[in-house]
Design a protein around this ligand. Structure first.
Ligand SMILES: Cc1ncc(C[n+]2csc(CCOP(=O)(O)OP(=O)(O)O)c2C)c(N)n1
Length: 351
């Protein structure tokens, strides 16, 4: 005998260009304008960071060009008392959360002081090891449930990270312990040179949720309004102890990092196709169609360039971190071995 024991389904959410546009306006007009302003700042930040890397001010940079709607939309959906767990490509998310631009540059310049103030924004520091931050997303969400809080945590992660053990453990624990977690996968189609099709045989990443007994949603990640809608829905569930996996379909328009050359593994034609779906372009067209666009908004680009240039200069001129800071915050009480290393390095620096 054979019988169906589970029939799961995964929905895809889109807004722009669909009948759901009819719900317009579902945020305030000012908010649409502000969102476009933030997307433009994020775009200009990316360009500036690239040029700073070429000038030697930054050693490596991971661009987010093409992923602005995914990051800014997801963060827009959060309340102030919610938490953010970033991966390493989330500069646009930090911008939307209100982190000062010069501090974001400062961190990219290798100065951890650039991310010191993030905790005031309920935002964890950047996680470089792929996928490890999912455990932090799970842990924060579980703590919220245990404390009886009604907030939630949004954790960013990439399509490649979903092949890591940490991703499995995080989703499993969240499901079992009713964590207030939203796992937000930016499926930007590549993990460095590894295309999404070779990453997993799963048809979608969102459907991975089913095995953990939690909901999975797929969303057009270049459609800012769809991202807001999907994450708002996910957060509503997460606040009640029902974790959600959101897969945002997007595209990394630039190289993986400034150390990569994406022309070696993907066609120009493919990149050109995705440029047509550029989230800024799509949102601008949407604003024009709905008569929100005005002359003042034409100046947002120049304004963003000026802001970003000023912030970059401030970061360049910032004081270097003190020698002690390299060691002082790793342990509450410094172990003897580390104390020795610190003294040894101090001598070497003096020479
Ligand atoms: C544990 C670990 N393994 C390998 C790397 C090297 N690495 C950095 S980014 C990356 C690909 C990540 O791809 P994805 O999760 O899709 O995120 P994306 O870079 O596309 O944003 C790899 C393998 C790393 N940082 N950490």
């Amino acid at each position: 005998m054979r019988e169906e024991v589970y029939s799961g389904s995964v929905e895809r959410i889109e807004v722009m260009g669909t009948e759901d546009e009819e719900d317009f306006p579902w945020i305030e007009e000012d908010e649409y304008r502000e969102l476009y302003r933030k997307m433009m700042i994020a775009r200009k930040f990316d360009e500036k960071a690239f040029s700073l890397q070429r000038r030697g001010e930054i050693s490596t940079y991971a661009p987010h060009k093409g992923q602005e709607a995914a990051q800014i939309g997801a963060v827009f959906a959060l309340d102030e008392d919610d938490w953010i767990v970033p991966s390493f490509r989330e500069s646009a998310a930090f911008i939307q959360r209100g982190a000062p631009l010069d501090k974001i540059f400062q961190r990219w310049m290798g100065d951890a002081n650039g991310q010191k103030d993030l905790s005031e924004l309920n935002t964890l520091p950047v996680a470089i090891p792929v996928g490890t931050q999912n455990l932090h997303t799970a842990g924060l969400g579980m703590a919220m449930e245990k404390k009886g809080d009604e907030n939630a945590v949004l954790g960013f992660t990439g399509d490649g990270s979903t092949s890591e053990g940490d991703f499995h453990e995080a989703l499993n624990f969240s499901g079992v312990f009713s964590g207030h977690s939203v796992f937000f996968v930016q499926n930007n189609q590549y993990a460095i040179s590894m295309p999404r099709e070779k990453q997993t045989r799963s048809e979608t990443i969102a459907q991975k949720a089913i095995a953990y007994g939690i909901d999975g949603i797929q969303v057009d990640g270049n459609d800012l309004l769809a991202v807001i809608k999907a994450v708002e829905e996910a957060l509503e569930k997460a606040r009640k102890g029902e974790p959600v996996l959101v897969e945002a379909i997007t595209y990394r328009l630039e190289d993986h990092t400034t150390s990569d050359d994406s022309t070696r593994y993907r066609d120009e034609e493919e990149v050109e196709e995705w440029k047509e779906k550029d989230p800024l372009k799509r949102f601008r067209e949407y604003l024009k169609e709905h008569d929100i666009w005005d002359d003042e908004m034409e100046s947002f680009e120049e304004e963003a360039e000026e802001k970003v240039d000023k912030a970059a200069q401030k970061a360049i001129e910032a004081d270097d971190p003190s020698f002690d800071e390299l060691f002082d915050y790793v342990y509450e009480e410094m172990p003897e071995l580390l104390q020795e290393e610190k003294e040894q390095l101090r001598e070497e620096v003096k020479e």
